[in-house]
Write a protein of this length. Structure first.
Length: 221
């Protein structure tokens, strides 16, 4: 399906709720450009850029990177793009305000997955760092163990996927990111999808976006 109208979406949910996995499916099905704050930060850490060196310890400890750094980074990436799917930003009310000042958001997809489910998942996650593609040895394994399906390059486990850091990331989510859900609920753009399995949540997200996008098209017609 090709997009013929500006459409701006945010995907939210606790760490490990499947934002990266669902975003890849949205990109494939609807052609929206995926911008993941975590992938951008990890690419910078990998390339040892100034930003990467500055943010690595924050991320490894499961803490959020300061709002001004994140807002500047993501808003400059959005410049020049019409339609997008933002994953991992905004993560605080201050970031949501900064985004709101720059542009409006059509819809916010919220993945509501219980914390117990998440803790088990993250230890079996493997990531292709250059693209952000994620695999899971239990649920979504690569064709060749340890290697990316598309490029054949090696997969790695993230430094922040240790059990202690996952606990800290979940805490940061509760205190700093949950208020952002309320922010978007009050604007009437929040759509929540609850469940424990991405493969069961995804068909609902797909139907919702099909409806949303055909509605957007009808409005322009
Ligand atoms: P970020 O990379 O955004 O991490 P996160 O929000 O913690 O989320 P994850 O990427 O871990 O999970 P996901 O929801 O994408 O799930 P996935 O699809 O991989 O951020 C990392 C860090 O960067 C932050 O902690 C912070 O320090 C910093 N940062 C980033 N943005 C920031 C911002 N705006 N402000 C400040 N700091 C910021 O799925 C998870 C796993 O589950 C996978 O292995 C997947 O295969 C598996 N899975 C999915 N479904 C199932 C299933 N049904 N059964 C089994 N496994 C499953
Ligand atoms: Mg992710």
């Amino acid at each position: 399906m090709a997009l013929n109208k500006i459409f701006r979406a945010v995907i939210m949910g606790p760490p490990g709720s499947g934002k990266g996995t669902v975003s890849a499916r949205i990109t494939k099905t609807f052609g929206l450009k995926h911008i993941s704050s975590g992938d951008i930060l990890r690419a910078n850490i990998n390339a040892k850029t100034e930003l990467g060196l500055l943010t690595k310890s924050c991320i490894d400890q499961g803490q959020l990177v300061p709002d001004d750094v994140m807002s500047r980074l993501i808003l400059s990436d959005l410049r020049g793009l019409d339609s997008w799917l933002l994953d991992g930003f905004p993560r605080t009310v201050s970031q949501a305000d900064a985004l709101d000042e720059a542009c409006s958001v059509d819809t916010v997809i919220n993945l509501n997955v219980p914390f117990q489910t998440i803790k088990q998942r993250l230890t079996s996650r493997w990531t292709h760092l250059p693209s952000g593609r994620v695999y899971n040895t239990d649920f979504n394994p690569p064709k060749v163990p340890g290697f990316d399906d598309v490029t054949g390059e090696p997969l790695v486990q993230r430094d922040d996927d240790t059990p202690e850091t996952v606990t800290r990331r979940l805490k940061a989510y509760e205190t700093q990111t949950e208020p952002v859900l309320e922010y978007y609920r009050s604007k009437g753009v929040l759509q929540t999808f609850s469940g424990t399995e991405t493969n069961k949540i995804w068909p609902h997200v797909e139907v919702f976006l099909h409806r949303k996008l055909s509605f957007v098209k009808e409005q322009v017609a």
